[in-house]
Design a protein around this ligand. Structure first.
Ligand code: A3P
Ligand code: MG
Length: 262
């Protein structure tokens, strides 16, 4: 049973960066793109990062099963204590293919349906966010030091909401929701970076009305929650990881340090 310590968080940080290096080698030299059965793109980099992470986690915690976007077949459920690792080895594959740098490595530890430790690395942007229950949320600075981060309070009267949105998933329901939110400005961004930007106070809200899977949100959810924000369903419950045999998330909203305005 893993104990959630700074040492474990540090090991996962290093592992995410090893996967990030594997991704960057492929990013620099060029790659071909395949399409999965659901028509989503897959590159050598997704697979290489998965191998690095799966091998590393297996060494740290041989008794904790792994659910990865690139290997859903071998996952048979959480262990007897309710733990499993949840991994998106390369989130933002479309951004990777477009070469706009907005892709991330995501590793989360789930305990009894809740994410309790998370690391998000954006290797091309040299950004690292990490967090764990009772330890807090941090961004790693240029010297490798963990600097605490905190989400923003909502904008003061008259100021626009700083909204983040997917580059690929705008739709009518989102437009209606934004209409109700009020004055806002939208910045498009790929991958789990959006939630990390909320966690560090660089944006106020990220509504996601389109498909995502558990591995897209698990790691960033720990970062957001430990920074004082929330990732919640439209009826205001934190996203749950209790039924990993059902990998799709419901629609959700990432908020900073504020109650929902509605
Ligand atoms: N039809 C679909 N079903 C499930 N998840 C989807 C999806 N379309 C997009 N996603 C998820 O949305 C992620 C991209 O989000 P964004 O548009 O915010 O960058 C994808 O990450 P991957 O790149 O890891 O596949 C994928 O997990
Ligand atoms: Mg993803």
């Amino acid at each position: 049973m893993p104990t959630i310590t700074k040492a474990l968080l540090k090991s996962v940080e290093q592992l995410a960066w090893e996967a990030g290096e594997a991704i960057m080698q492929i990013y620099r030299r060029g790659f071909s793109v395949e399409f999965k059965a659901d028509k989503s793109p897959l590159t050598e980099a997704d697979k290489a990062a998965h191998e690095v992470i799966a091998d590393g986690l297996q060494m740290f915690t041989p008794d904790v099963p792994i659910l990865s976007e690139e290997d859903t077949q071998s996952f048979k459920g959480a262990n007897a204590h309710g733990f499993y690792w949840l991994v998106d080895p390369l989130d933002g594959t479309k951004e990777f293919i477009k070469r706009n740098d907005e892709f991330t490595v995501n590793i989360a530890l789930i305990e009894k349906g809740r994410p309790v430790l998370g690391v998000v690395v954006a290797p091309a942007l040299k950004l690292t966010y990490l967090a764990a229950k009772r330890l807090g949320a941090f961004k790693v600075d240029g010297d490798g030091q963990w600097q605490p981060i905190m989400a923003s309070l909502p904008p003061v009267a008259g100021q626009p909401w700083r909204v983040l949105g997917s580059r690929s998933h705008a739709n009518l329901r989102l437009s209606a929701w934004l209409g109700e939110l009020g004055k806002h400005e939208i910045r498009p961004m790929g991958s789990s970076l959006k939630a990390c930007f909320i966690a560090e106070g660089n944006a106020d809200v990220y509504p996601r009305f389109g498909p995502t899977s558990l591995w897209d949100t698990g790691a960033a959810q720990v970062v957001v929650e430990q920074a004082g924000g929330r990732i919640v369903t439209l009826d205001n419950h934190p996203l749950s990881y209790a039924t990993p045999e059902q990998v799709l998330n419901p629609d959700f909203v990432v908020w900073g340090r504020s109650p929902s305005p509605r």
